[in-house]
Design a protein around this ligand. Structure first.
Ligand code: HEM
Ligand SMILES: *[C@@H]1O[C@H](CO)[C@@H](O)[C@H](O)[C@H]1NC(C)=O
Length: 200
């Protein structure tokens, strides 16, 4: 399939996943799509505000971002970082930038998929956070959690050293996320048997 078609399908599936994760089953898909298209370039202010808008704290936001310990992202979600100023605190580590530039030149930036956690891509652990300490965060929205001094940076440091603190806070934050506008009663919504489809 052509690059754009594949990209559209993947964006749709990814946004459905996020919509499902948020349990906002009756919400339109557009907000999730805009999180995927502009979200990766968000700064810390944008990130905190977008989570606050649905009642989630900055602490929840950092813990939930740890979900990027697994999964992949298309090159076009971080392409601007490959040519960014190397002095910027959010800059990619030099070797990682070279690796990504090489990977992303092997095909359309909408098709090539890169591990979000370069250290342990298929293990749910705290390596995502120790990666950030070494400027190995794939998305700009990942690296900003650590780039400036403050509470989010302290939280990243805590999780990098104490995996159990990450696991505990992640579980609590998933419950907070699951409690966003739950739809109850037969007239208002349904718990889907298959995440991406309305029940038959
Ligand atoms: C903090 C704001 C967030 C932003 C800006 C963001 C952005 C993204 C982007 C751009 C991708 C790659 C999509 C693609 O290229 O197709 C991605 C993938 C992913 N995200 Fe996030 N995300 C955020 C929060 C979350 C949260 C809260 C979770 C779950 C708790 C999550 C779980 C995932 C997973 C599992 C993947 C990999 C999907 C796959 O491998 O197909 N993300 N995210
Ligand atoms: C964050 O980005 C927004 C635009 O999305 C901008 O208005 C704001 O000044 C930026 N904040 C910081 C701290 O860079």
């Amino acid at each position: 399939m052509a690059g754009l078609g594949m990209r559209a399908v993947r964006l749709l599936l990814a946004s459905i996943t996020i919509v499902c994760l948020l349990q906002a089953f009756a919400q339109p898909i557009v907000p999730a799509l805009s999180l995927l298209t502009s979200g990766p370039n968000f700064n810390i202010t944008d990130l905190v505000a977008s989570f606050a808008a649905v009642g989630l704290s900055a602490k929840d936001m950092v813990a939930l971002s740890g979900a990027h310990t697994i999964g992949k992202a298309c090159c076009d979600t971080f392409l601007t970082r490959l040519t960014a100023d190397a002095d910027d605190p959010t800059a990619l580590a030099a070797g990682y930038r070279e690796f990504l530039s090489a990977q992303c030149s092997t095909g359309p930036a909408t098709d090539v998929m890169i591990d979000l956690d370069v250290t342990t891509p298929v293990r749910f652990d705290n390596a995502y956070f120790s990666n950030l300490q070494q400027n190995l965060g794939l998305l700009h929205s990942d690296q900003v959690l650590y780039a400036t001094a403050g509470s989010t940076r302290q939280q990243v440091t805590l999780y990098a050293h104490h995996q159990s603190a990450f696991f505990q806070d992640f579980a609590a934050a998933m419950i907070h996320m699951g409690n966003i506008s739950p739809l109850t009663g037969s007239a208002q919504g349904e718990v889907r048997k298959v995440c991406g489809f309305v029940n038959a």
